[in-house]
Design a protein around this ligand. Structure first.
Ligand code: PLP
Length: 485
């Protein structure tokens, strides 16, 4: 069984059926705005011929993609299942209930909320739900018990006053945390008094004793675990212990690694769901669904999360919730476990491919789906390395490394992820070859003078690497058999 077998609906000739569906759809689009039809065709061609190593991207199945293109898109359904502010939501109720049911079953969570439009929205819903559940102040319980539409101006003022000055402890940006974990460019950095925990300067690993010490000193209301660019597993049981010691709520943002949780690669202490009070995720990264978010919660936090719309969110995207239900149903298939294991195994192979060729990795390796390469030893910034790789058809993103000397814009790292190419069927040998090609580009690229952006790659290297990667991509086609003409 190939790693990508789960993207075909079982028992159907998915390629022929999907080809027919997309040809018909493009014909309809073409009759209104041919340039959009053309861009859509071109996007598939470009995705088919690029080595997609962006750790947060993937390829959803035709079933997931097709589910998003229906009349559910036209329906307003503010509110929650069975309690909507709009009429005629019976089919949206079915869709949302199925998405939530699949999420609960897949992750073993008591409660799931399928409405968040994205990962950032999921985190906002979680923050407000934790605040509404946790903040103990005279009269706040009564305010929380009121429906959001019944709060008077005076109630809102009381709420703002009582919610002020809350503390949040999350992973620092340069060691892999996300903007929504309390950083200034995001509203979470304005809502909360934030402090960060980092990683050990020698090993690059989370030092749980240091997290505990920071928590004891800072006494956060919310301890956030989870990351965008940390290439290691997290012990969520320990994080919960720390949260309990200081009376904090443990919120885990598993946006990046939800696919590894769903595929049972992360179990026991590494599975956040049994340990966190509230778990958030995106559905489109390693989970391989549509773009969107989910919140999972214990019974205690569920009632407040359930008020996500209209507290934080606008009308739910019913067509995307339908696609979440389809993707989650796919992730409950046994083939998804093979896929998730292959994602982790391939990351090992990629990491070994780099280290065996003398490259330095943050933490020295990986045990999840991503690898963080320190490009300073090539004499480049992340920006230069990202651009040189792109010239050769290798799509990555630059990323800060711990204590990055080049800051968050130019950076000194490149982040690689294995979820997308694993969906195409790449295995260990292909990922070793990817490492070889990346090292070939970077070791033949030089910074121009003192510029942090300009660079030059030796003649012929980009073309040679592009040809070698096109060969691997052709052998592992994206949506095999899907033709648009
Ligand atoms: N949380 C984490 C850990 C992420 O890595 C990301 C996206 O990069 C998000 C949240 C935000 O997700 P979205 O782009 O869907 O809002």
């Amino acid at each position: 069984m190939t790693a990508d077998s789960s993207i075909a609906a079982p028992g159907t000739d998915y390629a022929a059926t999907a080809s027919e569906a997309y040809r018909a759809a493009l014909k309809v689009i073409e009759s209104v705005e041919p340039r959009i039809a053309e861009a859509t065709r071109q996007e598939l061609a470009d995705q088919r011929d690029s080595l997609k190593l962006i750790a947060s991207e993937n390829y959803a199945s035709p079933a997931v993609l097709l589910t998003m293109g229906t009349w559910f898109s036209d329906k307003y359904a503010e509110g929650t299942i069975g309690h909507r502010f709009y009429a005629a939501c019976q089919n949206v109720d079915t869709v949302e209930a199925l998405a939530a049911e699949h999420a609960r079953e897949l992750f073993g969570a008591p409660y799931a909320y399928a409405q968040p439009h994205s990962g950032i929205d999921a985190n906002l819903v979680a923050f407000w739900a934790i605040l509404a559940t946790r903040v103990e102040a005279p009269g706040l319980a009564e305010l929380g018990a009121k429906h959001v539409n019944d709060l008077s101006e005076a109630d809102w003022e009381a709420l703002r006053a009582k919610l002020g000055n809350q503390r949040l402890l999350g992973m620092s940006l340069d060691t892999g945390g996300h903007l929504t974990h309390g950083f200034r460019p995001n509203i979470s950095g304005k809502m909360f008094h934030q402090r960060s925990y980092g990683t050990d300067a020698q090993t690059g690993l989370i030092d749980y004793d240091a997290v505990r010490a920071a928590a004891k000193e800072f006494k956060p209301l919310i301890l956030v675990a989870g990351y965008s660019a940390y290439p290691r597993r997290v012990n969520f049981a320990k994080m919960r212990e720390i949260a309990d010691e200081v009376g904090a709520t443990l919120m885990v943002d598993m946006a990046h690694f939800a696919g590894l949780v769903a595929g049972k690669v992360f179990t026991g202490d590494e599975d956040p769901v049994p340990h966190a009070h509230v778990t958030t995720t995106t559905t489109h990264k390693s989970l391989r669904g549509p773009r969107g978010g989910l919140v999972l919660a214990t019974e205690e936090y569920a009632p407040a999360v359930d008020k996500g719309c209209p507290m934080v969110l606008g009308g739910p995207l019913s067509h995307v919730m339908a696609a979440k239900a389809v993707a989650l149903a796919e992730a409950r298939q046994p083939a998804f476990r093979d896929y998730a294991q292959a994602v982790a195994d391939n990351a090992q192979s990629l990491a070994e491919g780099f280290t065996s060729r003398g490259a330095r990795l943050v933490t020295g390796g990986t045990d999840n789906h991503l690898v963080l390469l320190d490009v300073t030893s090539f004499g480049l910034t992340g920006r230069q390395a990202e651009s040189a790789l792109l010239d050769a058809g290798v799509v990555t993103n630059r990323n800060a490394i711990p204590a990055d000397p080049n800051g968050a814009w130019y950076t000194s790292g490149i982040r690689f992820g294995t979820p997308a190419l694993t969906t195409r069927g790449f295995g260990a040998a292909e990922f070793d070859k990817v490492a070889e090609l990346v090292v070939e580009v970077l070791s033949n690229t030089q910074a121009e003078g003192t510029s942090k952006a300009k660079y030059a790659t030796a003649d012929g290297v980009a073309a040679r690497v592009h040809a070698a990667s096109s060969e691997m991509l052709a052998a592992n086609p994206l949506y095999p058999g899907l033709t648009l003409s």
